[in-house]
Design a protein around this ligand. Sequence first.
Ligand code: FAD
Length: 394
Amino acid sequence: MDFNYSAEDEAFRKEFRTWLEANRQFAPRPRDVLAEEGGTGWDEQVRWAKKLSEGKWLAPHWPKEYGGRGAGIMQNIIYGEELARLGLAAPQTGMGISLFGPTLMHWGNEEQKKRYIPKILAAEEIWCQGYSEPGSGSDLASLQTRAVEDGDYFVVNGQKVWTSGAQHADMIFLLVRTDPVAPKHKGISYLLVDMHSPGVTARPLVQMTGARSFSEVFFEDVRVPKKNLVGEKNQGWQVAMTTLMFERSGGGGDRGAMGEVEELVELAKKLPRNGKTAWDDSGVRQKISEFACEAHALRYTGYRQLTRLLKGLPPGPEGSMMKLCGTELALRMAVFAMELLGPYSQMEYNAPLAIDRGKWSFRMLGARGPTIFAGTNQIQHNIIGERVLGLPKG
Ligand SMILES: Cc1cc2nc3c(=O)[nH]c(=O)nc-3n(C[C@H](O)[C@H](O)[C@H](O)COP(=O)(O)OP(=O)(O)OC[C@H]3O[C@@H](n4cnc5c(N)ncnc54)[C@H](O)[C@@H]3O)c2cc1C
């Protein structure tokens, strides 16, 4: 592949860099810190999203006709590079920009696009994703939340769970069963529900890190106008799959694995061991080198994926490989940090004697989430087994 940037790409970089330099004071503290503090920086995230929106930098990859800049693959990479250069990140303000907006561009009617897209782009309406239920996760099509027609409305009853950001959201894109007797994939519809409607209750769940980034959401006789149906009734599975495609294709990259390797090096250099530091122990250096090799392998797998996209080919199995390997590498690195810390690993986040404010134990607990969402790692194993290795279906 050609790793050089075109003149147009460089102009894009220059414009974004200039804007970022002038507006970086509006960015929240680094995302890691916010996540580790249990998402308490929500207002900061929204402020940053609104600022980016003012500069037309919130969704540069969106098509120009929908208010984006029509930025291509390389320009998206530049966007990430320029943010990372200043230690910044794109705002984490729900699923509107990444998942729902692009899905609506594809499946929504003109009235729906006009109603919802501008508010997503202005960071005025926050969206969450209502897919998983207590009995339906990997086998999503078995979902039971019901919507029954009543005049110009659907009446929704049921429960969703693990809904990220539901406690902050104004709207939810919701999978509901509209035909209980049809084969399971064929009786599902895709509804847009106002989270402030009577009968909607979001109860935050406390994760093992202590953070509350997702909720269980209950629907009791919630009346939803029929105009909020996206796509055809009972054809919601296809719409839902479009959203999942955006979710999975957005998970690429080496997930900052090299950055975490460097943090481990720093940790090892400051931890005393046998009169020297942990870094002086060749076993420790060897282990960290192994992580570094894996992080590089991930980066090059990412480049392979990029090459396919630049050639106009559909995403390949690299996405599943990167999701699986990237999330497990992050988890193993966090567990190794626990070993390095020894008794200090027991210190809670922000405890007075904790090393690095206790971020390593927080990270170790938090690193399990990504091995579960966007298709669990066991499901990724299945995909790789069947589609890459050609093994028979289990
Ligand atoms: C941090 C986080 C954020 C999330 N945010 C959202 C959100 O915003 N909206 C939303 O709708 N959902 C969200 N989820 C839920 C997520 O999509 C589900 O947890 C996931 O799909 C798994 O479903 P489950 O939890 O019901 O587990 P199950 O599907 O019940 O799986 C249980 C175990 O069985 C394994 N398993 C299941 N089927 C197979 C199989 N066929 N082969 C091999 N092993 C299998 C799984 O890998 C897992 O280990 C989030 C989850 C997390 C952790």
